[in-house]
Write a protein that binds this ligand. Sequence first.
Ligand SMILES: [Fe+2]
Length: 459
Amino acid sequence: MESLENTIEITKESKRIGSNFLGILNDLKRRPEDAARELHVELEIINGIISGEIELPNEIVKNAVKIWPVNERDFYIISDDCMTGVKIMRSEESEKSSRIMERAGKPYYEYRDTVSSTLAPFRPEWIMELCYVEDNEANNSEIQWNHGHFMHQFTYFIGEVNFYYQKSDGVKKVAVMNTGDSMYITPFTPHTFATRKGAKENGLILALTFGNKILGDVKQELSAISSELGREFALDFSSNRQTVASLIKFHRHMCSIGIKELSKRTGIHEEKINEIESGQVEPAKQEINKIAEILNVNSRDLLPNDKIEDKVIISHHNENNSWDFPEDEKRYSFTELANSTTLPYSKSFEIDVCYDDKKDILDLRMGLHQYIYNVSEENISLNWLYGNKQYCEIIRPGDSVYIKPFVSHNFRGNGKLLVLRLGGKVVGDSQRELSVIGKENVKRAVDESMQWFDPKGHN
Ligand SMILES: [Fe+2]
């Protein structure tokens, strides 16, 4: 039996745990008194947890997972390590995290951490290439390959670095990279890096690895379903026709509607549907709309991506688009770096900050997590607003910064920043769902504040 001894001061965190707990009870259609009875604790304890006055005891979580279809992790919340909306890692701190990795008995890379947050999906590393190569051959015997990894990787190059990668057909390639060049590789692409002989200094990369959607809960769900069944979710996206075919088939099976029935309801000939589903023909837009209507989905759910992109995207700085922002007064010059339409919510840029006035005008704000690294030799000031309070910090060379989505901010001074913007889990389908739920309900969707009905009644 729990006692009220665990009473704690109500903090933002304990309130979030309480709302989350209430949300779980609501979803299970348990009133606090039902929960108290089933978990064998006093009602005061349950109410105390909900209000944030009592720390959630591990015992309750252990009992809850035994009797309800919930997981332990459902009860714990992600902690917010970025209480002012911005988190900074100074270059000295990065230096302290230095560790040398050997490969084949020789020092190969020096790794250093740069800023990361409990809220953001990226794991950014500063990596110095300690291995030197004398040629630009993909089969150079000095280089040591990895097996590829689960996370997507965006890389920014500083100095004279060779980037080696293996294509899906097994062919090994090398890209000769210089300062400002960048690349993106899909998960599990084997790769490695080396400095070119004759370079003034060791080559350097900023390797930003990130999970996109298949992280956390999604990964857990796939793994619990079993990898054998889970792999069925990966459809054939090898061509536009195959993509449409797989999507229609997947959705048709979801509804248990046969081809004859679909033909009857859409007016599309059975034979044509068979041809579409086997990838022999691509359906016309009207046919997709008709099928979508019958399967009760949006036509976008049946459409392929606009492009089938390479698994490795290489971007040379001098070939990239550049533009000024804002348009009416040049404060920043943006240069686009390696991006992929497969990840529409990840954007990478170099930003030349070229303005040092009007510090109170916060001219940057967007719905993505941001990772920023000062790649220049100059100090840049960062001004931002969070919870009605204005902040200012100097971002020195080698410092890295994380900024929460939708935080209004600006950069002032003269210098160059590497910027990676990432959507995290909210953008995309979840954002569409949240938009349908409506702005007015977001607070409850995120921090449940009430029971789903009022026992006193409501007319
Ligand atoms: Fe990597």
